[in-house]
Design a protein around this ligand. Sequence first.
Ligand code: FAD
Length: 297
Amino acid sequence: MINACEQLIRKEILLSKRTTIKTGGPANYFAQVSNPEELQEILVWARTKKLDIFRLGNGSNIVVSDAGLPGVTILYKAKKPQYSMDTNIITVHSGTSWPSIARKTAKEGYRGLEMGYGIPGLIGGSICMNAGIPDGNISDCLISVKVANTRTGNIFKMAKNEMDFGFRHSLFLEDPELIILEAVFKLYRDQNRSVVTDMEDRMKQRLKKQPYSEPSAGCMFRRTDQILPGKLIEESGCKGLRIGGAEVSIKHSNFIINLGNATSNDVWLLLQEVRKRVHDKYGVELTNEVQFIGEFT
Ligand SMILES: Cc1cc2nc3c(=O)[nH]c(=O)nc-3n(C[C@H](O)[C@H](O)[C@H](O)COP(=O)(O)OP(=O)(O)OC[C@H]3O[C@@H](n4cnc5c(N)ncnc54)[C@H](O)[C@@H]3O)c2cc1C
């Protein structure tokens, strides 16, 4: 008889179908779970088999190796947007899409999470990345999270000040043993401006400036107050540069897009080439924003 845990586990699931750049090989084992009980079953099973664990969100900030991933890839995802609201405090299942929560809260006149409307991540992956826009990051309105430790199985709460947030950085990037299950945010009502209008205006800007409908993993390199990667990449003559099926976007030079037949290795090689050309011209070392997962040589 197949037990409940085994029903959740699948073999050789192509991660190119689970990443927004649409490249990457298979996950050796893949489990999509939607609640702490199912997660615990997978964790116990993975521990007995001594498998490494990779936490997958919506795959919008990662490039997975063409060789795929060993161990088990766990996607903690809500079956539908899952949240509860008590006046301005919202508790959200980490596997809920950020844009869906952005839309819902903005429509009710709340500000705080509306910036995520154009950021195609789940809440958990977005907290891990401390994703955001120049006006703010997801951590700004975060109060606490509930997490599971994949090694011990313990589930506990963490307050924002324990999460080491920085620009596109959090403790969860450093500690891959922690899976975020739930997050609590404090929003505020904006009496002066329409949150929905702001949100839609930002989206219009995004559609104008970014290759939003092409497969990509968002910005490849981090911007800082001093370094604007898009400008340096463009001035280094990399706009439109191609390796295999990967191209430096003509619309926004900090994006690499998949023209349809790119491999993750094409993306990796193109990123190295861009980095080298920028370094040769400006002596600036660009830092990756996108994460390369698995083996790249
Ligand atoms: C068109 C486009 C536009 C984008 N625009 C922006 C932007 O404006 N600003 C911005 O910041 N980013 C942007 N991104 C990048 C990306 O959408 C964000 O980083 C997003 O928040 C990542 O969330 P995800 O669920 O896709 O995470 P994934 O890419 O799946 O994973 C990212 C990291 O989070 C970890 N992770 C996933 N789930 C969990 C969990 N439950 N608990 C703990 N760790 C977890 C993963 O292991 C990985 O380390 C853009 C991407 C695209 C494709």
